[in-house]
Write a protein that binds this ligand. Structure first.
Ligand SMILES: Cc1ncc(COP(=O)(O)O)c(C=O)c1O
Ligand SMILES: N[C@@H](CCOP(=O)(O)O)C(=O)O
Length: 415
């Protein structure tokens, strides 16, 4: 597989150990494909045939698109837990909440096997790592990456190591990671400290790094936009709105949209809005200030713990995505996030706080007139409602955050 540095354009291979995550100049890598001979109409038919499949590699919502993700990877090396194939919903209450735009879809990546969007990328990353001969897989995580990694490591019968901040993460996610069998190493600090340590130490420890600095994670995650496009008969909405933390999904969206457009699956690019939490919004500050250099936030802090990232590694890839799609960024408060979450939960779809940032951000963009009421959008719901049950307790039982009308505490009765 050929990779290219997103900062200086240097080319290199990622076909052998040691795995490379960065160029000598410090830039992250992206996988480069040659799509010149791809027949879009033929592939569309193949993808449609695979869509209804069960119990085989191509039944996966990631490996259905294997030709566009990792054509060189032998099928026998591709690991799957039947990831992808997530639901697409149109709850009217959420559309109204978000400002009453013409049409709003929610893509529930929360329905992935480990409960978050990470599984799409992780399936590709662990497969590549196993192909290269690694048997120890590591990540640093606020809990979703680690849950996903430890699930796949368990499926492969291999070892996983997860560095997890000792505070401000959801216990549900850490317990899920423990349950699947990862060795969890808690540390004082944030995701940013963990990723720095891992990038310096991984090779010496013999670890294959499964964070989104790994270009294969991005390759797997881009299947999200392939699947959404296929769900909608290859007609994407005007806007795709998603939360931004480490900016892996924003980067994957850029890669996936560029593929779809280059190959001719779509003839128009949607605009993309990246929503950050106010307490952890270095990318938004950069974009809003029309700067092209990210200034890290030394002490990120948000109740949407999955977004608690001050130095997102993929900021340059995400910036390129904004340029490609004429995209925008926006920041929302924790109270706005929790209110949006309560509305999404009450619609029957449900999500964790970080995911709700997408809907809170869309609402703000509609209010500000950036998104027009006659436009259409899809919000990416990145993680499941059960990923953070403390958030439900705080909102419904402890009366924290806004929106008393959405509060629903159990009533105590005498039988
Ligand atoms: C549930 C959830 N939503 C959103 C994000 C942010 O996504 P990204 O890091 O790709 O920007 C994360 C973690 O990264 C997450 O776990
Ligand atoms: N929210 C994430 C943090 C970003 O992780 P990465 O895998 O994109 O590097 C998590 O779940 O850990």
């Amino acid at each position: 597989m050929k990779a290219e540095c997103v900062a200086c354009g240097a080319e290199m291979s990622v076909d052998q150990r040691p795995m490379r995550y960065q160029c000598a100049c410090g830039g992250l890598l992206r996988i480069v494909h040659d799509f010149r001979h791809v027949d879009a109409e033929r592939l569309k038919r193949v993808f449609d045939e695979r869509r209804g499949m069960r119990h085989c590699l191509h039944a996966s919502g990631v490996w259905r698109y294997k030709e566009l993700i990792a054509p060189e990877l032998p099928d026998r090396e591709a690991v799957t837990r039947n990831e992808g194939n997530t639901g697409l919903y149109e709850p009217d209450a959420v559309r109204e909440f978000a400002g009453g735009i013409r049409r709003l879809h929610l893509k529930a990546q929360s329905e992935n096997p480990s409960g978050s969007f990470k599984d799409n990328g992780m399936a590709a990353a662990v497969s590549h790592g196993r192909w290269l001969g690694y048997d120890s897989f590591a990540c640093t995580s606020t809990g979703n990456t680690s849950s996903s990694l430890s699930m796949y490591a368990a499926v492969m019968g291999m070892q996983s190591i997860a560095l997890v901040p000792s505070s401000e993460v959801s216990p549900n996610k850490v317990l899920q990671t423990v349950g699947y069998g990862a060795q969890v190493l808690a540390f004082d600090g944030t995701y940013d400290d963990g990723i720095r340590w891992l990038q310096a130490q991984a090779e010496e420890q013999g670890y294959y790094v499964c964070n989104s600095v790994n270009p294969l994670r991005i390759e797997g995650q881009k299947s999200l936009i392939y699947e959404l496009a296929q769900d909608l008969a290859w007609q994407l909405p005007d806007w795709i709105v998603l939360p931004g933390g480490a900016l892996s999904n924003a980067s994957a969206l850029g890669q996936g949209l560029s593929d779809l457009y280059t190959i001719g699956f779509i003839d128009k690019l949607p605009r993309v809005a990246v929503v950050q939490a106010e307490g952890a919004s270095p990318f938004h500050r950069m974009a809003a200030g029309a700067s092209k250099r990210l200034v890290p936030e030394p002490k990120p802090s948000t109740r949407a713990s999955a977004l608690n990232i001050g130095n997102p590694p993929s900021w340059l890839k995400a910036l390129r995505m904004l340029e490609l799609t004429n995209g925008v960024t926006v920041a929302v408060s924790d109270a706005e996030i929790m209110e949006a979450k309560a509305c999404i939960d009450r619609s029957g779809v449900g999500c964790e706080p970080a995911s709700a940032a997408a809907v809170a951000g869309l609402r703000k963009l509609v209010r500000e007139g950036v998104v027009a009421r006659d436009e259409t959008a899809a919000c990416i719901l990145t993680g499941s409602m059960l990923k953070d049950t403390d958030a439900l307790r705080e909102f419904h039982l402890e009366g924290k955050w806004n929106a008393p009308e959405l509060r629903n505490p159990p009533r105590l009765i005498r039988l």
